[in-house]
Design a protein around this ligand. Structure first.
Ligand SMILES: Nc1ncnc2c1ncn2[C@@H]1O[C@H](COP(=O)(O)OP(=O)(O)OP(=O)(O)O)[C@@H](O)[C@H]1O
Ligand SMILES: [Mg+2]
Length: 310
């Protein structure tokens, strides 16, 4: 699905919101530094990830694509009286493709992408974080269709009962901006996290993050697809993807990529030392690396951070 030509994509520029335009004329009261800070969170290069690069359940893909279709074609909403989704929360173990999914959607629909982490808004000065957050939402509104991504949202909007004053204020600014009385048509907020239980509960109310989607560890069928994706290389020959999927239970997409890359790397390293072309790689080579990795980890996700692929 293409919504804009390559030429237009390249020409796309960030539009300043009306209050910033006014401040340019009447004096900004020292706020231009905050505008610049927000402009730095915009992803200017369009990611080249596509859904073909992601092993993920069809249901999740369809659900996400439909939300983005409604974002770029609001007539779909008007026609059937649907409300626009304000927020999507993607949660699940690390390395399961949450960030990758959003990159693919941004590529497919060519939306303006604001990728925000705590460092982009944190400040030691009182009131500065709230101001930055408000400016972020104004920029998103001025550049619709747009998506604000709070990566690791559990540290940006933690549970207010367990935090200090400064963090509580950020949460309330996000809540205010996502609430119905502020017009957020054309803007979607996406949060990704590994720790759903640490997020402030008020964010999970319908009307804010109304779509909560779990991205779990891949099942056997999905692992097969992920192996295929990461073995798309001419050095891999006669690979039995089903067997690899059977032997890799408990591994995430990132783990699978790590195993495949380690095999490829050691093969090429040997070839470079011996000054010859690298050999083709077969299923057994990957299985050897998988066994090493699963023996060490006990093949459970809890242990996956101890993975070492060498
Ligand atoms: N489902 C998948 N299909 C294909 N590749 C994947 C998948 N999941 C992860 N990967 C690989 O792992 C890398 C890291 O994935 P990504 O950053 O999307 O994980 P994440 O879920 O956002 O993790 P975290 O919660 O730690 O931020 C990707 O760049 C990709 O190469
Ligand atoms: Mg991520």
């Amino acid at each position: 699905m293409e919504y804009m030509s390559d030429e237009l994509k390249r020409r796309r520029r960030l539009i300043d919101p009306p209050d910033v335009e006014k401040e340019k004329i009447y004096g900004d009261g020292g706020r231009s530094g905050y505008w610049e800070r927000i402009k730095n969170t915009v992803v200017t290069e369009i990611p080249n990830t596509t859904f073909g690069d992601i092993g993920c359940s069809t249901q999740v893909k369809r659900e996400l694509i439909f939300i983005f279709q409604c974002l770029v074609n609001p007539f779909l909403l008007k026609k059937y009286g649907l409300k626009q989704t304000r927020g999507i929360l993607l949660h699940g173990p690390s390395g399961t493709g949450k960030t990758l999914l959003i990159k693919a959607l941004a590529n497919m629909f060519n939306v303006t992408l604001f990728l925000v982490s705590l460092a982009d808004i944190a400040s030691k000065w009182q009131g500065e974080q709230e101001l930055t957050m408000n400016i972020l939402f104004s920029y998103a509104k001025a550049n619709i269709p747009s998506v604000i991504i709070f990566d690791e949202i559990d540290v940006i909007c933690p549970d207010r009962r367990k935090t200090q004053d400064a963090e509580q204020k950020i949460v309330s600014i996000v809540l205010q901006n996502m609430d119905g009385f502020k017009n957020l048509d054309g803007v979607i907020v996406v949060g990704t996290t590994n720790l759903l239980q640490n997020i402030d509960i008020a964010l999970l109310r319908p009307g804010r993050f109304d779509k909560i989607i779990e991205i779990p560890l891949p099942d056997q069928e999905t692992r097969e697809k992920i192996f295929e994706i990461h073995c798309r290389n001419k050095l891999y020959k006669e690979i039995d993807y089903r067997l690899l999927a059977e032997k890799s239970e408990g591994l995430s997409g990132a783990d699978i990529e790590g195993v495949v890359q380690s095999v490829l790397q050691s093969n090429i390293r040997t070839a470079v030392y011996e000054n010859r072309e690298p050999d083709n790689l077969y299923t057994e080579d990957i299985i050897k690396a998988l066994l090493k990795c699963t023996q060490r980890t006990g093949n459970t996700h809890e242990n996956h951070f101890r993975l070492s692929y060498t």
